[in-house]
Design a protein around this ligand. Structure first.
Ligand code: HC0
Length: 568
């Protein structure tokens, strides 16, 4: 423990504490731009400089540790002027179209410019003329706005190990780019959108498709249905001032109805169906042969990754479509039959915490119903935008319930949205199917949490099942390399593309950090505990689906509608 002062305020902290964090302990928020709490120290922007008392020496607060007796000044005329100068230089080449920018009012650079009162810039504004790249249909890159902080590059290179973007050139030509400046669709990009999550400005964002949905709602000949992913309900409230992790399911359903959707359904319904299909696929492979371990297939960024980087392991990947796509196929086959609606009139929208879901829905094979199964995918952020445009007060909406028959779901389904959730949901069902006994406790704590790689062994009354879970693609590589080398005897593996699972998806509200993910994860487990049914095979609406329509898991109709194939 060392003793220091910051702006005269005494602080005692471990000697490995960064000045930035020590300042927080003193209640002082030092401004940052390149710094992100979950990423490495980079100290490229220099905004966070502090002064050593009595010496005209600056130190970056994000990259320097404290030492005993140090006296730091974080607010002095020299510091304020230096920070202003840095901001002036960044703004000189930054497009100043804030009113039209997707990050207007939540841009980290805009906030700094506002805080430092840069209303009379000294330099002429000469932004680089770089065309906006939006040809891939998922991620938009407006590189003229890039502040070269490098957060997205670290995310793509080191956290996700995808390597689609990197830095190139030096000095004034230094830029974040793809190999040979190719469009994103000609790179290894998996569309996870994690680069978007950490971008401090409006250089990276998802392709906005809200207008297509507004038009469908306005069209009199369309029956517009919506499904909502598990992780959206614990993050959407943040857009309206709620604390991260607040379970806003009832208000979200009410809001979707107010927007004009004809039916408000739940992806959780088809997450329960996924467990029926995938659980039986696991038992089939364990009993009658087939590639083991079985690896989950619901995370579309992960599917893009395995197709690109580990095609030799595709036989291990479950043939189940993701819950989003199972829902899409059923809402244009089962639902119209049950509701007496012409399937050609159905317009199917999904609300996802994920950008890769936009890519997944556009895959040509995702048309098991005979139509495009999911017409438009919106992120959590896009849904929030629609609600803001509609102008009603989200916070005062009275809770409403999802519509039948595809709105009934279980606690097993809602935890799909966090790392370990698909595994836990599967175990809750597989245990009872294999043993014929009821679980006394459905909580499999060993598979929970944000640890990158988790392993567990589950005893199915004498039959042991070894499982592993990875979240984030770097962690996925750890397990995949072991499988390739024949060094593990897992039977079932869950892989989620984004760190933390869908709670940390690339379409979630900006400002997502490990702390927000922990709060959202707690929200999902709360939602699970609050539901009366917590195992997928006990979902009565799923039972009716199999009785009336599908027949049995892995049956002919299931294969037609709910299973898919991959592209090495
Ligand atoms: Fe997920 Fe899903 S849990 S991938 O993270 O399986 O996006 O939330 O909707 O499809 O259910 C995302 C979240 C989903 C799907 C589900 C799965």
């Amino acid at each position: 423990i060392v003793n220091i002062t910051i702006d005269g305020i005494p602080v005692s902290c471990p000697e490995t504490t960064m000045i930035l964090d020590a300042a927080k302990m003193a209640g002082i928020e030092i401004p940052v731009l390149c710094h992100h709490p979950d990423l490495k120290v980079r100290a490229t922007c220099r905004i966070c400089i502090v002064e050593l008392k009595g010496q005209r020496k600056f130190k970056t607060a994000c990259s320097n540790e404290v030492w005993d007796g140090a006296e730091f000044i974080s607010n002095s005329p020299a510091i304020r002027q230096a920070r202003k100068d840095i901001l002036e230089l960044i703004l000189a080449e930054h497009p100043q179209d804030c009113l039209k920018c997707v990050r207007n009012t939540n841009c980290e650079l805009q906030k700094l410019a506002n805080d430092f009162g840069l209303s009379n810039p000294i330099f002429k504004n000469e932004p680089k003329q770089i065309p906006v790249e939006d040809s891939n249909g998922v991620i938009v890159r407006d590189m003229a706005k890039c502040v070269k902080c490098g957060r997205c590059v670290e995310m793509c290179q080191e956290v996700q190990t995808v390597g689609a973007i990197n830095t190139a050139h030096r000095s004034g030509e230094y830029e974040v780019t793809t190999a040979f400046d190719r469009p994103l669709q000609d790179t290894t990009c998996v569309y996870c959108g994690q680069c978007i999550s950490v971008c401090p400005v409006g250089a990276l964002y998802e392709k906005d498709e809200t207008e297509k949905v507004w038009q469908a709602i306005a069209a009199t000949d369309k029956h517009v249905v919506v499904q909502v992913a598990p992780a959206v309900r614990v993050a959407l409230g943040e857009e309206f001032g709620m604390a991260p992790g607040s379970v806003a399911t009832g208000k979200m359903v009410a809001a979707l109805r107010r927007l004009g959707f004809d039916k408000v359904f739940d992806t959780d319904f088809s997450a329960d169906v996924t467990i029926m299909e995938e659980g039986h696929e696991l038992l089939e492979r364990m009993g009658h042969g087939g590639a083991l371990p079985l690896i989950t297939s619901c995370s579309p960024g992960w599917i893009n990754f395995v197709e690109t980087f580990y095609p030799e392991l595709l036989p291990n990947v479950s043939s189940c479509k993701s819950p989003q796509q199972m829902f899409g196929a059923l809402v244009k086959s089962y639902y119209p039959q049950k509701a007496g609606i012409d399937p050609s009139k159905i317009f199917s929208v999904s609300i996802m915490p994920c950008t890769a879901k936009k890519y997944e829905s556009a895959r040509p094979e995702m048309s098991g119903s005979g139509y495009r199964d999911v017409d438009v995918v919106l992120t959590t952020r896009e849904l929030a935008r629609m609600i803001k445009q509609a102008g009603f007060d989200f916070n005062t909406l009275a809770d409403e319930k999802f519509d039948d028959p595809m709105g009934l779901s279980t606690g097993a389904a809602v935890i799909f949205g966090t790392s370990g959730g698909v595994m836990e949901a599967a175990l809750r069902t597989v245990y009872e199917v294999v043993t014929g006994k009821d679980l006394t406790n459905v909580d499999f704590e060993g598979v929970r949490g944000l640890t990158g790689v988790k392993e567990a062994e589950v005893d199915l009354e004498g039959k042991k099942v070894k499982v592993a879970i990875a979240n984030g693609l770097k962690n996925a590589r750890v397990i995949l390399d072991k499988i390739k080398a024949g060094e593990c005897d897992y039977q079932f593996v869950e892989i989620m593309c984004c760190p933390g699972g869908c709670i940390g998806g690339g379409g979630q509200p900006w400002g997502t950090t490990k702390a927000t993910k922990e709060a959202r994860m707690a929200g999902l487990y709360q939602a699970d505990r609050d539901l009366p049914i917590r195992q997928s095979h006990k979902n009565p609406a799923v039972k009716v689906l199999y009785d009336e329509f599908l027949g049995k898991p892995l049956g002919h109709k299931s294969h037609e509608l709910l299973h898919t194939h991959y592209h090495p």
